[in-house]
Each structure stands twice: as C-alpha cells, then as structure tokens.
Write a protein that binds this ligand. Structure first.
Ligand SMILES: Nc1nc2c(c(=O)[nH]1)N[C@H]1C(S)=C(S)[C@@H](COP(=O)(O)OP(=O)(O)OC[C@H]3O[C@@H](n4cnc5c(=O)[nH]c(N)nc54)[C@H](O)[C@@H]3O)O[C@H]1N2
Ligand SMILES: Nc1nc2c(c(=O)[nH]1)N[C@H]1C(S)=C(S)[C@@H](COP(=O)(O)OP(=O)(O)OC[C@H]3O[C@@H](n4cnc5c(=O)[nH]c(N)nc54)[C@H](O)[C@@H]3O)O[C@H]1N2
Ligand code: SF4
Ligand SMILES: [Mo]
Length: 745
C-alpha cells in the first residue's frame, strides 16, 4: 500500500511563461496613490464582501468599473474588525482573482502506462467518483472513517455534508496548530474561551504585555489599529520576545527572553504580584477560587530564580510587574494566538490567564470586554445522524479537555496500528495546505498513503493538491457568496460576502459543490435551497434583515442584548467553571490528573553548533497561501533567515548569502535561504517567516523561493492536555556548501 500515491504536478494546457499580474495590478497601484500615469477614476460600482486573505474576516467593498473590471477593495467603515481600513494583504486580495496559476478545472488522478497523472474531468464525473468512493468507505468501514480538514469560509458546507453523511470528524489547523491551548486554558480559568477576534480592550488599555505575540507583523487588523491608538494615548507596551519584533520597537520594555522559558517569567510575575500585594484584592476575593493554593505554589518563583532560566534581569522583572500593577485593571497580558510552541502551551496560557485574573483585567475596561455575537439560525434540514465513533476513540482517555477535533490527531489516526481496529480512510481537505501546515511532513505523507480517498478543494495548485485523488477548483472569495459572517465583538454585527465577478475558468463555489455531492449521495434533504442566495435570504429574514438590504449595506450592527461591556461594580458574576468562580486553581485540570497550577519544567536546548528555529508572520503575507499572489509577491518575494552578528562572524556568513539549513534529524531545507545579519535576534536562535519554500512548480512565481520552516519542524512537542503540536523545539545548523547537503546547487 505504501507509496501507492505519488506526488503529481498539476499541469495546465497552454500554461505559458510567467506573466505579471495584469490590469488589476495597475489598479492596486492606483489605489495606493502611486499611479503616475494620470489615469482618472472611472465611474465605479461597489459590492460588499468580507476578506478571505486571513481569518480576521474584515468587511469591505469591491469597486468595479462599468466593464466589470475590479479596481480596488477597501474596508467598510461600519465594520468593527477593520474600521474601514484593510491591511496590505486585504488590499492585495484581488491578486488571488488574477493569479494565472489558479486551479482551473476539476482533476482526477489516473494511472497511465504505469505512471500517475491527473486528467481533467467534468464536475459531474468528479462528483460521481467522490460519491462512489465515499459510499464504499462507508460500507466497508463506516462513514465516520471520513474526515474533513477545513480552514476557510466554504468549509462550513462541506461540514454540513459530512455530518449528514454520518461523520463529525471535522478539524481545523487553527485549533491544535494554533490557538487550541489558550482556548482550553482560558476555559479552565474563566469558563469561556477567547475565540476570534479576542475580546482584548486594547483601545483603552494602559499597559499591554505581549508574550511572543508579534502584533504589527501579525496583522490582526483591528488589534493593530487599537494598539497604535493605545500607544498614542501613552499605554505602556511590554514585549517578551527573543527577537526585536515590530511590537518590541514600539515598546517601553523589550524582554529578549531565552526561548522556551516564558513560563518561568510568568510564574515570577505571579509570585511578585502576590508577594508585593499588587493584586486586585476585592476582585480576587469576590470572583476567584484557589488564591491560597496559588500563593503557596508560587512562593519560590523569585525574579532571581527566573533570571537564571530566562536571562531577564531581576530588576526588569520587578519593574515590569510594577507597570502592570500601576495600570490594573486596564492591563492586558495578551493571550497570543499561535501558541503551540513547546508542548506545555496550555499551562503557559494558564499562567497568562491567572496573571490577568490577579490584576482584575477580565471584564474590565482596558482589559477584556464582554463580547456579543449574532445568532444566525441554521437552515431547516433533518437531524444529523449521531455518529457511532469519533476521532476521540483513537485516543482513549486522552485530550479530554480538547473541545475541538485535532487535525494532527486525525492525521495520526489515519496510519493503521494493531491496537486500533479502524483508521481513517477518506479525507476531504478544504482550504488548508496540510503539507505545509502540519508539522512532521513525513508523518502527514505516510497518513496520506493510507487513504482510499483524498479530495482537495482549493483555489491554487498548492502542495496538498499534488497528493489528491480528486482536486476541485474553488472560485475565489471575490467570485462567490458565502455564509453570513458572524464574529463576537463589542457590538453584535454581521457582514455579507457576494460575488463581484463571475467565477473564472471552470471554478465553482463551495456551497454548489457540497450540494451537488449531497445530491449524488442521496442527502439532498440536507441542502433544501438550490441556490445559496435563497438560503442566505431565508436566514437574514429570520434575524430581521434581508439579502437585498445586506447587498446595499454590507455590514449590519444589531442592538446589544446586555448593556455593559464590563462588569459593573460589585456585580455578581457566575463563571462557567466547576466552582462558578475564576479558577486560579483549576479543578478541571486536577480532575484529569494535570497540574491544577502551572509549574515550570525545562525544555531541551540546542546542541553546540545548532540554533533554535523560530518563525512568525510577515505583514504582507498569510501563511503559504499568498506567496504566489502577484500583488503580494511584488511586496515580498522570499523569506530570509535572521542571524545574530556574533553567530554570523563565527560562521563567516555574509548578508544576502544563500545557505541551506539542516535540523537535528538531518533533514535539510529543500531550497537555500538568504541570510539577514541583525542584532534584532538572540544569538541562540534563528528566525524566518512561515509560508515560503514552496516545492510545487506550478506555483510559478513563488516556487523555490526561500525556505519552508515546516520542512524543518520534525520534532513535535505534543501538549498532553489538549493534543496541540508544539513546533519550536527544532534546532538547525548551517550548510554553506550545497554539495555537502547532498543538494544539487
Ligand atoms: N510550520 C508552520 N506551520 C504552521 C504555522 C506556522 O507558523 N509554521 N502556523 C499555524 C497556524 S497559526 C495556522 S492558523 C495554520 C494555517 O494553516 P492553513 O490555513 O492550512 O494555511 P495556508 O498554508 O495558508 O493554506 C490555506 C490553503 O487554502 C487555500 N485557499 C485560499 N483561499 C481559498 C478559498 O477561498 N477556497 C479554498 N477552497 N481554498 C482556499 C490556499 O490556496 C491554501 O492551499 O498553520 C499552522 N501551521
Ligand atoms: N500578516 C499576517 N498576519 C497574521 C497571519 C499571517 O499569516 N500573516 N496569521 C494569523 C494567525 S492565524 C495567527 S495564529 C497569528 C500568529 O501570530 P502571534 O500569535 O502574534 O505570534 P506567533 O506566530 O506565535 O509568534 C511569533 C513571535 O514569537 C516569537 N517567539 C518565538 N519563540 C518564542 C519564545 O519562546 N518566547 C517568546 N516570548 N516569543 C517567542 C517570535 O520571535 C515571533 O516574534 O497571526 C495572525 N496574523
Ligand atoms: S487583516 Fe488583512 S488579510 Fe486579514 S481579513 Fe483583514 S484585511 Fe484581510
Ligand atoms: Mo493561526
């Protein structure tokens, strides 16, 4: 069975040489005010959308001329996520529509003269192929052996389809590869998770602590805007990061911590805040549980103890604790977002939650506000069948506190083992490039080899499509309707996405695909609306608006159900924890046999000659999805490796030199990466932006540019509490001579 599936490059008839972005690139230049050609603005019409370039989902307007040509995308002034301003990526979203490398038609893997190739197929053929395979898997193994991986708006409809089929194994990489640990930690502490956007009241904060959260490069739009306003109003920013990030450059304090030791710093701050009686006594007494146990547990975590571990001087730890106390309760110890670092991530996030609780910032102005969300009714359909098994059955007694499915868990449970009677046999992959997204590529590929069916729904010929049995080309977000955007915020709001243009080539939207597949599977009762417009109109009318109104306004704000963004003085608040209190001591963790109060354990350090590989975001790109986007490629066309001058000197590295990287498991980067020598990184670490180093040649612009961090992340530090994949326990060394790496130069 192994190596049954070969990676195939998707080829297109008539694919020419690399072309520039075309007319719309001119349009983007024009809107950024850089046009020198004297073009005057033609009469423009506009349609509403919300952005799909990242998951912040800013609402905007797409402007078109009378020929239907898209000219620009700008933010919707009413939208709380963006306040009328899109980030560079959102503005460049039109490049997704214009990218000539897009997937153009359905493809099916076939054997031809002993070689695997894709052949172009009609939509009907593709659906028949998928439906037959799904039915065969259901017959032989049960429908639960099919899983959906999804990261994107249209995935919702494939989720509905899968549940109608009898499986609820639906996983997103935004959980166990991203924010899962902090959700579990905040749930255990405050009885609720943080969701997206996080209810951080940044605009009114007096002090914000960023623990490796690099806002400014991490372009979570509204948060970045609020942070800049808060700084203007004099807020103190404390940034803890081994790298002098953009946020660090705006901070009063930069704490260049030794990577992997943040928990020691957090415990020391907790120690000081209790010892110096900086904590909010009234709040702690009224709302929290376990203060006595916490005080006892942290009594030895002095700044001097933390110094030895973190390399942060004790007086700086003291000063910053005092800053937080001075600002409290208008203080935010930011929970971060991508928090799957070292495997103890739920406990580190717990320490962050506890600090916020002691400072009384949860439910307080300048701390965390109480968000509200609009409930959109589900459309009428028969009840979903209750599946007889789920992904959890593959991990008996483990990850009980995980409230969503684990993408890595499903991947692992696809590789057969004798101790498990059934493994996953079918994957539907919507809008996630699992090859670059899940750590340990070897494991992902092994899982894929064991599948009977893999369907990939994507807009681009990304790495994952090369391993599919069937590839379904989705049209971009600019060419389709999608579900109504509902996100929690200070005010309850919804936003509409509608097509600004006809789908290019033979691409189609997710709703249509999911419904056509449902028809083939005899599940049409679950998709009663032939057209998504009718479904959306039905839902919108149930909440007092309509598709027509939303087409006009794009964003609608609803009245608040509660009057207060913050806890009123002496308000009785019930928290959804076991004790009904904010749990400084977690009874839920204790019940599952985990430390009810975080404790510090040391992590492995790089061996001599190796450096810790850390990674993050570039302001003009989103993961691996935008590197081929013609507009954004022009802004940044490869990543570089940040190296400290001391290290560069030892290795005689020069700025701009291209080197290969080798990790602790002898895995070598596929492509070389350009060295950037800078004091802005500690000597024990190197840094690169995630999302480059594409190995798929059909991504003609970005192929081979820069290095992939994922390729080098072979050591996964699993979080025992919720199964998250810690990805920063990998060490790399430099290979200056490509022949040494066994790489063809
Ligand atoms: N090594 C490493 N791994 C990581 C991270 C990291 O920093 N480094 N970050 C982690 C985090 S925080 C997250 S949230 C995840 C993100 O993981 P992913 O969401 O998987 O990230 P992308 O690589 O952008 O993959 C998105 C895929 O969706 C496709 N796509 C884009 N728009 C559409 C659309 O409209 N429809 C469809 N059907 N497809 C579309 C893109 O072409 C691409 O193939 O990755 C995690 N994994
Ligand atoms: N432009 C852009 N913005 C994005 C995204 C994108 O793709 N592009 N993706 C979005 C998504 S889904 C997510 S989850 C977020 C992720 O963004 P964040 O949650 O803000 O950050 P991370 O990616 O975890 O962290 C990157 C930072 O952590 C630092 N770091 C590395 N190791 C350590 C350590 O041991 N301790 C400390 N204290 N710091 C360390 C790195 O130097 C880097 O500055 O970004 C979001 N925003
Ligand atoms: S933050 Fe930028 S990329 Fe993300 S949704 Fe908003 S405009 Fe789009
Ligand atoms: Mo994420």
């Amino acid at each position: 069975m192994t190596s049954r599936r070969q990676f195939i490059k998707i080829s297109f008839a008539g694919a020419g040489t690399l072309a520039a972005g075309g007319a719309a690139w001119g349009a983007v230049k024009w809107i950024s005010g850089k046009d020198e050609t004297g073009i005057t603005e033609p009469p423009l019409s506009r349609t509403p959308t919300y952005c799909e370039v990242c998951f912040w989902k800013c609402a905007g307007w797409i402007y078109k001329d009378s020929d239907g040509q898209i000219w620009k995308i700008i933010g919707n002034d009413e939208d709380l996520n963006c306040n009328g301003r899109l980030c560079p990526r959102g503005t460049g979203g039109v490049g997704m529509y214009n990218d000539e490398d897009r997937l153009k038609t359905p493809l099916i893997r076939v054997e031809e003269r002993g070689k695997q190739v894709f052949r172009e197929a009609s939509w009907d053929e593709a659906f028949t192929y998928i439906a037959d395979k799904m039915k065969a898997i259901a017959r032989e193994h049960g429908p639960e052996c099919i899983a959906l991986f999804t990261h994107g708006s249209g995935g919702k409809y494939f989720g509905d389809l899968l549940q109608a089929f009898g499986s609820n194994n639906i996983a997103a990489p935004s959980y166990a590869q991203c924010r899962g640990p902090r959700e579990v930690a905040f749930m255990a502490t405050f009885g609720e998770g943080l969701e997206s956007p996080e209810p951080t009241d940044i605009r009114d904060t007096k002090c914000m602590v960023l623990i490796g959260s690099h806002l400014g490069e991490n372009m979570h739009n509204g948060q970045v805007q609020e942070m800049s306003d808060a700084i203007d109003k004099g807020a103190v920013i404390i940034t803890v990061d081994p790298r002098f990030s953009t946020a660090a450059s705006k901070s009063k304090y930069w704490l260049p911590i030794k990577p992997a030791t943040d928990l020691a710093l957090l415990l020391s701050w907790i120690h000081l805040i209790i010892k110096e009686e900086y904590y909010d006594k009234k709040y702690v007494e009224k709302y929290t549980y376990g203060f006595r146990e916490l005080s006892e547990a942290v009594k030895n975590y002095t700044p001097e103890w933390a110094y030895g571990i973190t390399t942060i001087p004790p007086d700086l730890i003291r000063k910053t604790a005092k800053e937080m106390a001075n600002a409290a309760p208008a203080v935010i110890v930011h929970p971060g977002r991508h928090v799957t670092w070292y495997g103890d991530d739920t406990q580190r996030s717990r320490a962050i939650a506890i600090l916020n609780a002691l400072l009384g910032s949860w439910g307080r102005r300048g701390g965390f506000y109480r968000s509200e969300i609009v409930e959109i009714p589900s459309y009428p359909h028969p009840e979903f069948v209750e599946p007889s098994k789920t992904w959890r059955d593959a991990f008996p007694g483990k990850y009980v506190l995980a409230d969503l499915a684990l993408a890595n868990g499903i991947c692992d449970a696809t590789i057969p083992v004798t101790t498990r009677d059934c493994s996953f046999k079918g994957w539907i992959v919507y809008g996630t490039n699992l090859i670059e997204t899940l750590p340990n590529q070897k494991n992902t590929l092994e899982a894929i080899q064991n599948l009977d069916l893999m369907v990939v729904i994507d807009t681009m010929p990304m790495e994952i499509t090369g391993w599919a049995d069937v590839v379904l080309p989705e049209c971009t977000y600019l060419e389709r309707y999608d579900s109504i955007r509902v996100v929690p915020h200070r005010l309850p709001q919804i936003a509409l996405r509608m097509p600004a243009a006809e789908p290019k080539y033979n691409s189609k939207p997710a709703y249509w695909m999911a419904r056509q597949l449902a028809l083939k599977l005899g599940l049409e009762a679950y998709f009663p609306f032939e057209k998504i417009e009718d479904l959306l109109d039905w839902q919108l009318k149930k909440i007092g608006t309509s598709l027509d109104e939303m087409k006009r306004i794009g964003v609608k704000t609803f009245p608040k159900a509660y009057d207060n963004l913050y806890f009123a003085d002496d308000e009785e608040v019930e928290f959804f924890t076991n004790t009904g209190k904010i749990e400084l001591y977690s009874t839920a963790f204790a019940n599952e046999g985990f430390d009810p109060i975080p404790t510090y354990t040391a992590h492995p350090e790089p061996p001599p000659g190796y450096y810790r590989l850390i990674y993050g975001r570039a302001p003009m790109h989103t993961f691996s999805r935008t590197s081929n986007n013609p507009n954004l490629f022009d802004l940044m066309d490869e990543n570089s490796l940040w190296v400290n001058p001391k290290v560069a000197k030892e290795w005689s590295l020069e700025n701009g030199q291209r080197i290969y990287l080798k990790n602790q498991d002898e895995v070598v980067s596929e492509f070389p990466i350009k060295v950037r020598i800078t004091e802005r990184i500690r000597w024990d670490s190197v840094y690169m932006v995630h999302g480059f180093g594409h190995a798929e040649k059909r991504l003609r612009r970005t192929y081979g540019r820069g290095a992939s961090d994922t390729k080098l992340i072979t050591n996964v530090m699993l979080d025992p509490i919720m199964g998250g994949t810690g990805m920063r326990g990998n060490f790399v060394t430099f290979i200056l001579n490509p022949e040494e790496a066994g790489v063809k130069a």
